[in-house]
Design a protein around this ligand. Structure first.
Ligand code: 5GP
Ligand code: MN
Length: 322
């Protein structure tokens, strides 16, 4: 079998233009992976980064973040390139409107088990702690650019945020090995920790205060639900991107196995984040509703008002929790 690393390095090294795609509500791993590519190839190629939605303000420190284009309408906002490079996208629907005709090759780099291998080249490894560690392995094999401090900041941020600051079950020996290697490129881990977890806009904290008020327990205290209704945003001047990681407050309660975060979308329906602590597989639940993710972190979207979405999710989870 061909080695996907060397095949993909060849495709990326030899093309002239790459359009990177991150998923809706991009996180540190998706953004860090795309920006690592952007900084690595520098001005040797045309690299663009497209995001379907705005990114959380905390990621403003990532080198090159100003280059990210938030598109509204794919067909009018996205320009064709030699290669479309998907980063951290569990399925193609995470990049709405994607048009295969605009690209010669589609490269898919991801660590979600549910990934549908939709690319012409696929590098999908559910054992990778982050997509950014796969990107790191690729860039180490390339001779077309250099891993400098800026590239290392982006890769480390992906790994750091996807492991929840080296707390989740994907915090393996390998994760620390890569982190150690990235530190050797001159990054400052304490500064990245500060930027990601201790530099929130005030409005996010005010929104969190409203969200915490909604916390409820179900199934003998094993499930916690937190909800952000759309009118909350105007009350404190916040935006949907400010809700990143709110779900962790639901999961962090003693005795809770499953944390649910329901965000009412401004356009109707809800975006749901699911997290589990140890034995419960939230990815299976997300998939029932057309979403996906990992065993302990998954998400989906439902075209239902928040209360109805909550009841549907609870029914499925209750049955499986026993
Ligand atoms: P989050 O809850 O932070 O949005 O996402 C948690 C995990 O589930 C991430 O790995 C994310 O990529 C995945 N995820 C979230 N929402 C969806 C969705 O609607 N579809 C799919 N396939 N994956 C999702
Ligand atoms: Mn990821």
């Amino acid at each position: 079998m061909k080695d996907p690393f060397s095949e993909i390095v060849k495709v990326l090294d030899e093309c002239e233009s790459i359009a990177c795609f991150v998923h809706k509500s991009p996180d540190g791993d998706a953004l860090g992976s795309a920006l690592a590519i952007y900084n690595f190839y520098g001005d040797k190629k045309r690299i663009s980064i497209y995001s379907p939605t705005l990114y959380p303000e905390v990621y403003s420190f990532l080198p090159g973040i100003g280059s990210v284009i938030v598109y509204n309408d794919f067909s009018s906002d996205v320009k064709g390139a030699d290669v479309a490079l998907f980063l951290d996208c569990g399925d193609i629907g995470r990049v709405p409107g994607f048009d295969f005709n605009l690209f010669r090759e589609v490269v898919n780099i991801d660590h979600h088990e549910s990934n549908g291998n939709f690319g012409s080249y696929n590098l999908v490894d559910p054992d990778a702690p982050a997509t950014s560690t796969l990107v790191y392995e690729l860039l180490k094999r390339s001779r077309a650019g250099v891993i400098d401090t800026n590239v290392a900041i982006c890769l480390y941020t992906g790994l750091y945020t996807d492991t929840g600051g080296f707390r989740y079950s994907n915090t393996s020996e390998y994760a620390f090995k890569v982190a150690g290697e990235l530190v050797s490129y001159g990054i400052d881990p304490s500064r990245i920790a500060f930027e990601v977890y201790e530099n929130y806009p005030f409005r996010r904290m005010k929104l969190l205060a409203l969200a915490l008020e909604t916390l409820e327990l179900f199934v003998d205290g094993k499930v916690a639900v937190m909800t952000v209704y759309k009118d909350f945003f105007d009350k404190v001047g916040a935006t949907p991107e400010d809700t990143e990681d709110f779900v962790n407050y639901a999961r962090a309660i003693k005795g809770v196995e499953v944390g649910i975060f329901i965000r009412e979308r401004l356009t109707g329906g809800v975006k749901v984040s699911l997290r589990s602590k140890s034995y419960f597989n939230v990815s299976e639940v997300a998939r029932i509703f057309g979403g996906g993710g990992h065993n302990h972190a998954a998400g989906c979207e439902l075209d239902l008002p928040p209360e109805e979405a909550k009841l549907k999710l609870l029914a499925v989870i209750k049955e499986r929790l026993g």
